[in-house]
Design a protein around this ligand. Structure first.
Ligand code: NI
Length: 186
């Protein structure tokens, strides 16, 4: 099932998402399937549960569409429940990011180049993995969503000024997107 994506200005995007309690989540697999379908339908490479209005610590990432440019992303697909970073490198990288919740906006973001992340897979097995470069960036972007942070928050002051008009338009509902969007902005 394709879910509508909440856009900039929505309160659900600013909340700290709740940890998933495995005992109380019988439908987690079908929800994660919906998240993946929603991400693919919108041509996105990552999605966090708050972006579909569910304030829970779940993220999905898929780098296969980017493998032409970054061959290391071939086969990179993860579904993470309750992810936590156990390592973040001091070395950083800078790259332009976008977000399905902030259509038509991009900005350079500085992030640690390498991370280690511990998470539960959809069968609630604990996994710990290390990622670098673009894969690490994708996971960090989605992890931010679980903490109520959007990539535009990391933009430089001058970039923030440049995109402020576009952000204001999204809040007003002036959005061009090829997928269904929603807002709970007040
Ligand atoms: Ni995003």
């Amino acid at each position: 099932m394709i879910l509508p994506i909440y856009v900039y200005g929505s309160q659900v995007l600013r909340a700290k998402a709740e940890k998933v309690d495995s005992a109380n989540e019988p439908d987690i697999k079908s929800f994660v399937e919906d998240m993946v379908a929603t991400m693919h339908n919108a041509d996105g490479c990552g999605l966090a549960a708050p972006q579909v209005g569910v304030s829970k610590r779940i993220l999905v990432v898929d780098g296969n569409d980017l493998a032409d440019r970054w061959p290391e992303l071939k086969g990179f697909h993860r579904e993470m429940i309750n992810p936590e970073f156990t390592f973040e490198s001091e070395e950083t990288s800078t790259y332009e990011e976008g977000c399905l919740s902030v259509p038509g906006v991009d900005a350079d973001v500085v992030r640690p180049k390498r991370i280690k992340v511990r998470y539960l897979d959809v069968d609630f097995n604990e996994v710990e993995e290390e990622f670098d470069n673009f894969a690490a960036r994708m996971i960090q972007h989605e992890m931010d969503h679980l903490n109520g942070i959007l990539f535009v928050d990391h933009a430089s002051p001058i970039r923030k000024k440049m995109i402020s008009g576009k952000l204001a338009n999204i809040v007003k509902g002036k959005i061009k997107a090829s997928y269904k969007v929603r807002s709970d902005a007040k």
